[in-house]
Design a protein around this ligand. Structure first.
Ligand SMILES: [Zn+2]
Length: 285
């Protein structure tokens, strides 16, 4: 099986399906590797622990499909999704699997180094899980890969997620979605759009729960210790598949635009300063 044009255009190139000759045939200057990485983590009594995992995987695949048409001159290679990340604030719920942020840094650095040693230059790190320990792992690995291997990398979702772009662009709803912190309206809508059969019907009866998570009192405490005994913050019962579709496409577009900016050498969007600061002072979890 050679890497013919048809293969390039008709399907996602999955790294694990290629032999080394096919990998070697990829033009280094025209190949972008996508590394999706998001943990399994409890998402309330109504959503699967793979909520972030599914969203990361599916938005990357959709972004690659669109990019293949928009920029058919490039090769888009998908690395198998890594189902890991820190999620210590939910780890006392069964089904949450948390690893230290340093593990994430070392995994990404190891993957990137192996690719760089064989001449690959461009990598897009895709995550939908926006915990600061996870982001710290991602951004530390990116800095290391840039300085040691001269690679070009981007994590496109964080700078958008933590800006006001979502609030500015989202359909008018009559309530503040910024308070939908975990397994609430946004994520329940996403799962209703992508995997309705994985959303437990009990979501319709879940009460809205809000809390200011910026208060210093919450630092170091798990959701359970803070009283979120069901594992969600927000209003899952308002979930709407149309909003889910909108939010899904917002993420897809972030991956597409980030990838094009990376390849064209544009300055990448940065995380807001307060997030960078919190990330650096944050423990690795
Ligand atoms: Zn989530």
């Amino acid at each position: 099986m050679s890497m013919n044009k048809e293969m390039k255009n008709s399907k996602i190139i999955k790294l694990e399906e290629l032999n080394w000759k096919q990998v070697d045939a990829l033009e280094r200057d025209k190949t972008i590797i996508f590394l999706p990485i998001s943990p399994l983590e409890e998402h309330g009594p109504h959503l699967p622990v793979g909520t972030d995992y599914f969203t990361t995987r599916d938005t990357v695949i959709e972004a690659i499909k669109i990019l293949s048409k928009k920029r058919p001159d490039l090769n888009y290679v998908l690395f198998p999704i890594i189902p890991l990340g820190p999620c210590k604030s939910n780890v006392d719920f069964p089904g949450s699997i948390s690893v230290n942020g340093k593990v994430i840094r070392d995994i990404i650095f190891g993957v990137g180094s192996s690719l760089a040693n064989n001449g690959f230059k461009y990598m897009v790190i895709c995550s939908y899980h926006m915990g600061l320990g996870h982001l710290r792992g991602i951004y530390s690995a990116m800095a290391k890969l840039e300085s040691k291997h001269n690679m070009r990398l981007i994590e496109p979702w964080g700078p958008i997620f933590y800006s006001d772009e979502i609030a500015k662009r989202e359909p008018k709803l009559g309530f503040d979605t910024e308070k939908e912190l975990h397994a609430g309206f946004r994520e329940t809508s996403l799962m209703k759009y992508q995997y309705p059969y994985l959303v437990d019907e009990s979501y319709k009866k879940l009460q809205s729960i809000y809390r200011d998570m910026n208060s210093p009192r919450v630092i170091g405490k798990t959701f359970k210790q803070l009283g979120f005994t069901e594992g969600y913050i927000g209003s899952p019962s308002r979930a709407d598949a149309d909003y889910g579709r909108w939010f899904f496409n917002m993420t897809v577009n972030a991956f597409i635009n980030g990838t094009v900016d990376l390849y064209e050498g544009k300055k990448r969007k940065e995380l807001p300063a307060k997030i960078k600061f919190a990330m650096k002072t944050f423990i690795w979890e």
